[in-house]
Design a protein around this ligand. Structure first.
Ligand SMILES: Cc1cc2nc3c(=O)[nH]c(=O)nc-3n(C[C@H](O)[C@H](O)[C@H](O)COP(=O)(O)OP(=O)(O)OC[C@H]3O[C@@H](n4cnc5c(N)ncnc54)[C@H](O)[C@@H]3O)c2cc1C
Length: 304
């Protein structure tokens, strides 16, 4: 924690809604992770801006979570403040839609399809919120955030709120300018505006259903972060893990899915340490057998 950090002062300033030593497991898709010193759930953009400002004023480290689908939280938890973004408004205006960063991406995709607006069908059933999707340039089925984002409202490290165009994000495969920023000094996405195109509502709905069905049959259900590793150039991380004979492999309560080699599951009582040990084992085996270095798609957060 930074010198002069004042956790108690921050807790007081945040008021009644703040929770102390709150387990982070229920706020993540993997359902593992220790406590946050402080946690606040924000239902509006103003509350998010205020929570970040207060944390900075009290020199307390902070971490923002949307759906918690792309993070593995350490068993020792997170020192400082965790801000859970539940600002979820979605407003359509002609062929554009502006969604607050806590809105679920899959909900946004569904509403676009229902209005006969194309461009987000790839996100049908994709877990997590809009802010996390922008930061990680989420994508599937040849589509991604980079391909459809017009601009986003961003709270910078200097406390200024600025509308940033798509180019500002310097998107790459599951990467953006914000993801490259140092944890603790990152910018915050408050809302994002997407450009859509009118299409045949029935055809859009059919495509979205096809994608949902694909997810239902190809992805395991249960506690998981989705793809653990990025795909290496010209390959698939899941395929390499399966070819290394690791399908179904266990460490403690963590298991590599029988259905998809890149999905690591919490079978019920996994610790974050189990999951990380399994990740390292898979990475080592793939390197040993195929000389391929797998890079993480998920982020490790907290006190490892
Ligand atoms: C079953 C399953 C399937 C999945 N399939 C896919 C897929 O097909 N394609 C894909 O790309 N991903 C996939 N994922 C991963 C995940 O759904 C996406 O990465 C999603 O966009 C993460 O959003 P989130 O809100 O959960 O982010 P979180 O996990 O909450 O956060 C991820 C990172 O973004 C930061 N962050 C979150 N919100 C903000 C914000 N508003 N401003 C700044 N930083 C922020 C966090 O601090 C953290 O560093 C899958 C996950 C699961 C569980």
């Amino acid at each position: 924690m930074a010198a002069g950090s004042n956790l108690d002062g921050l807790a007081k300033a945040l008021g009644k809604g703040v929770k102390r030593d709150e387990s982070l497991a229920p706020y993540t898709a993997m359902r593992v992770g220790g406590p946050a010193d402080l946690l606040v759930v924000c239902g509006s953009v103003d509350e998010v801006v205020e929570a970040v400002a207060l944390a900075r004023r009290h020199r307390v480290n902070w971490l923002l979570l949307g759906g918690g689908c792309n993070v593995l939280v350490a068993d020792r938890g997170v020192r400082g403040l965790v801000i859970v973004n539940r600002a979820t408004s979605i407003v359509f205006d002609g062929n554009t839609v502006c969604a607050e960063a806590g809105a679920l991406l899959a909900m946004l995709a569904r509403q676009a399809v229902e209005r006969g607006l194309g461009g987000l069908e790839w996100a049908a059933g994709l877990p997590g919120a809009v802010g996390g999707a922008v930061v990680g340039n989420a994508g599937a089925f040849e589509g991604d955030v980079a391909g459809v984002l017009l601009s986003a409202t961003v709270l910078g490290p200097d406390g200024q709120v600025v509308e940033r165009p798509n180019e500002w994000f310097e998107f790459d495969y599951r990467l953006s300018r914000i993801k490259r920023e140092k944890p603790g000094q990152r910018s915050v996405v408050l809302a994002a505006t997407f450009g859509l195109e009118p299409g045949d509502p029935q055809a859009l709905a059919a495509r979205a259903s096809e994608i949902l069905e694909w997810r239902r049959t190809r992805h395991p259900s249960g506690a998981t972060m989705g793809s653990t590793f990025k795909n290496p150039p010209d390959g698939h991380a899941g395929y390499l893990i399966e070819q290394a004979g690791l399908r179904g492999c266990f460490i403690g309560g963590a298991q590599i899915s029988e259905l998809h080699g890149n999905f690591f599951m919490n079978t019920g009582d996994a610790t974050a340490a189990d999951v990380l040990a399994l990740i390292e084992y898979a990475r080592t085996e793939v390197k040993r057998r195929f000389d391929v270095d797998l890079g993480l798609e998920i982020e490790l957060v907290g006190e490892w």
